[in-house]
Design a protein around this ligand. Structure first.
Ligand SMILES: [Zn+2]
Ligand SMILES: [Zn+2]
Length: 101
């Protein structure tokens, strides 16, 4: 069984006989990026503990999306809080869903 892994750098295929997924730095990956890509998909890039950033409980970002997340936070700081909360409550998770990511 092969896993198709989409990362910001491209698509990787990892097959059963291979070792566990690794971060782009070569270390074993402890996490997968939870950045939402829309339609219930997430980035899923494999990231080691050094490169993962926990932005919310059990939500980790790959280095690429850590930047995107910072931008997202800045953009949403100026958004009306009531609207923002209503939007969050309408989602299954508290994690941001980004348009055009
Ligand atoms: Zn790493
Ligand atoms: Zn990512």
């Amino acid at each position: 069984m092969c896993l198709r892994i989409e990362t910001p750098a491209g698509v990787a295929i990892v097959c059963g006989t291979r070792r566990i997924p690794v971060c782009r730095c070569g270390r074993p990956a402890d996490y997968q990026c939870d950045w939402k890509m829309g339609e219930g998909k997430t980035c899923d890039a494999y990231i080691c503990a050094n490169h993962a950033k926990e932005v919310a409980t059990n939500k980790h970002m790959c280095p690429f999306h850590q930047h995107a997340y910072e931008h997202w936070k800045k953009r949403h700081n100026v958004v009306d809080l009531g609207k923002y909360r209503a939007r969050l409550l309408g989602q299954a998770s508290l994690f941001p869903s980004l348009p055009g990511c």
